[in-house]
Write a protein that binds this ligand. Structure first.
Ligand code: TRP
Length: 375
């Protein structure tokens, strides 16, 4: 059994994705987008697939498909302007990969409702959406199974995701194990790849709340203009409430300005904008000693964010002026992904022996079976 899998010649294949429920923000950027672009440009992977998970987004937005439809282009624009290159990465739309639906349906038989109920990410999301009281859509409850279909359909070996997605990968691994045990070695076992450090894992909102969220108004979006970025930093960003006078010693922990500097600033930024410090450590020391004002820190952060965002903004403007090109990229990416995922579905149906129309061999089997019944 193991042999048949190794003869499949395992490659390093990436699959990851996002729900198109809104524009992507700095949290997405440090937590995943930037990494994807680095992985893409490392040349170390045989294939990189990025899924715009509109079906998954519909599992809790069934009453508002227009929102998902509108945000497909936003997410695509955020991808392209951050450096995902359609020549190197396949960007595709989940709903137009019918093999994923079929795989989901087969995998559902390999998971118990009890197991799905224990998924901590789904539990937390259910709570947030009030599904416990209002009734839980079956599609939402089962979305981890559909995510297993996404991952396995591309034969992904590596799934770069945020920490909150670890239960999905765990569930996928269980499905792969169960499938291969039941039907023979067929599916590739994937591994999660999570961000290296704490700041990448969870960039807080500008107000210091644990997560950036649209409803809290504490996001900085990749597509925000300079004025908005400035307003969010100067007007809303949380520093050290005990740091009342410049001379007072300041605290770094829980100080959002420094959390963002951890995530975005480089020594080059210091050379360019704040040459009195060689690096962030020196700046932090000064802040902790006392004598460094929040205004100076925020001004520097705004410059750092501008350096990061202005090339992204410029790229976005170009793509926005050519939405036909974006359409073509999504269409071509989806067509390519259809071929990949259809091939996996064929392999799965063959393993399950439900590949009835692959050839006419089943007619011979029927004849034999009928003859045996007559004996
Ligand atoms: N669940 C992911 C999110 O909420 C999106 C997603 C869908 C995904 N399918 C995927 C991520 C497959 C990784 C692999 O962000």
């Amino acid at each position: 059994m193991v042999d048949s899998l190794s003869s499949m010649n395992i490659e390093t294949i990436i699959l990851t994705g996002d729900r198109p429920t809104g524009r992507l923000h700095l949290g997405h950027y440090v937590g995943s987008l930037k990494r994807r672009v680095e992985l893409q440009n490392s040349g170390q992977f045989d294939a990189i697939n990025i899924l715009i998970a509109d079906d998954q987004a519909l599992t809790d937005n069934a009453d508002n498909p227009a929102k998902i439809r509108d945000n497909i282009v936003n997410v695509a624009l955020d991808y392209l302007s951050s450096g995902l290159d359609p020549e190197k990465s396949t960007i595709c739309i989940q709903s137009h990969l019918p093999a994923l639906h079929a795989l989901t349906f087969y995998y559902m038989n390999l998971v118990t409702t009890a197991r799905l109920s224990r998924n901590p990410t789904v539990k937390a999301e259910m709570q947030m959406r009030g599904f416990a009281d209002e009734g839980l859509p079956a599609g939402f409850f089962c979305y981890p199974v559909s995510q297993a279909a996404d991952i396995t359909a591309f034969d992904a070996t590596v799934v770069p995701v945020g920490e909150d997605q670890l239960p999905m990968i765990e569930q996928t691994r269980e499905i792969v194990e169960k499938f291969n045990r039941t039907y023979g070695e067929t599916l590739v076992m994937p591994k999660a790849m999570i961000p290296e450090n704490e700041t990448q894992r969870r960039l807080p909102g500008v107000d210091g709340k644990a997560k950036m969220s649209k409803s809290l108004g504490n996001c900085i979006y990749l597509s925000d203009d300079s004025k908005t970025v400035k307003k969010q930093v100067n007007g809303k960003m949380f520093t050290d409430p005990q740091h009342l006078r410049i001379e007072d010693p300041g605290h770094i922990e829980g100080n959002v300005v420094f959390t963002y500097l951890d995530a975005f600033s480089t020594d080059d930024h210091f050379r360019e904008f704040l040459p009195q410090y060689a690096n962030l450590d020196e700046m932090k020391e000064h802040y902790q000693r006392g004598g460094l004002g929040d205004g100076t820190c925020k001004k520097f952060l705004i410059q750092v964010l501008e350096e990061t965002l202005s090339p992204i903004r410029a790229e976005r403007a170009k793509w926005e002026a050519d939405l036909d090109a974006v359409y073509d990229i999504l269409q071509a990416g989806t067509a390519k992904a259809q071929a990949i995922t259809n091939a996996t579905l064929a392999r799965v149906e063959k393993a399950m022996r439900i590949d009835y129309f692959a050839d006419r061999r089943i007619v011979k089997e029927w004849e034999k079976q009928l003859k045996a019944a007559k004996l």
